[in-house]
Write a protein that binds this ligand. Sequence first.
Ligand SMILES: *Cc1c(COP(=O)(O)O)cnc(C)c1O
Length: 379
Amino acid sequence: MKFNTKTIHGGQKHDAAYGSVMPPIYQTTTYAQKSPGNHKGYEYSRTHNPTRHALEQSFASLENGNFGLAFGSGLAAIDAVLKLLKPGDEVISTNDLYGGTYRLFTKIYEDFGIKFHFIGMGNVDKIENYISEKTKLIWVETPTNPMMNIIDIKAVSEISKKYSLLLAVDNTFATPYLQQPLDLGADIVMHSATKYLGGHSDVVMGALVVRDKELAEKLYFVQNASGAICGPQDAFLVLRGIKTLHVRMQRHCENGKAVAEFLMSHPKIENVYWPGFENHPNHDIAKSQMKDFGGMVSFTTKGNNYEEAIKIVENLKIFTLAESLGGVESLAGHPASMTHASIPKEEREKTGVVDSLIRLSVGIEDKEDLIADLKQAID
Ligand SMILES: *Cc1c(COP(=O)(O)O)cnc(C)c1O
């Protein structure tokens, strides 16, 4: 099955009871048993739920994996991966990271005795300097949020395999439409399904996909034992969202390109971060590991003025000033005061999250309207 067919049919069966084409929302906590242990595969909805199961099958199919897991949020999915570790273990992570992931690592898991090394992975050779016998996991986000750096997943996976480490990739920005990390050698793919997979800004959800059965069993154990699952209504909504992922992504990419090119041509704009530009430092890797360049674009203004950036985002009319991304509607954010406010100023500036940086999640509206909106707000 090719990708566009998978978004609609991947891992799905029509409902056994009445042939309903969409899986019913099994809004139930428990399942009748004929005699103790004699049931139809479902006992209690923290452990299994048919609607969630249909979604988990879809996740696995999209990422060319064998096992999918759905969680109550993207962070709950990341949390489940970290629960594979023990005190004393070490993690090597990209330094330009989603703020909530950085917070989970440093404010929760450091207290449990796990050590994190945050490094730039533009040059993967640096990774080996941080590997010791304590290292267990490499955590990669690509494209990174919000600087749109690209990390060579295949090159990192060669290192993770050489040292028998787990490699997890946060594939939220790219989506499986653009990039399939398991095919490039990753062990775990993670998504904030809140973003493009759900696609309609109405559900908070997380996903993991793996190929290895033993690893899947460990993660299912954590999912059930810790219990950060999603409900059946949310599972239904994300399953519906996924059915249009490929058509939405096509338009996100087309509009993202148009917006990036417009910004590049505007005299008040200093830098535009979008991996489709030939002078983007990792353009060649982006071109080889991604099908297209996505709908996320960040930029800074000349003079790097905090107040001016605030004014631009306030003046936008079609772009909504809001956290989050990946929905059909265009959103704008100011990372320094919003998504990345939890990262100390000194730390965030090292990775380029300066005061005037604005991040756009370019939606699927008409691109002419989006460009006109940006133009009036910047002018
Ligand atoms: C939003 C986001 C997360 C966290 O997901 P939630 O669903 O908000 O918990 C993790 N990584 C990236 C790249 C994100 O954009």
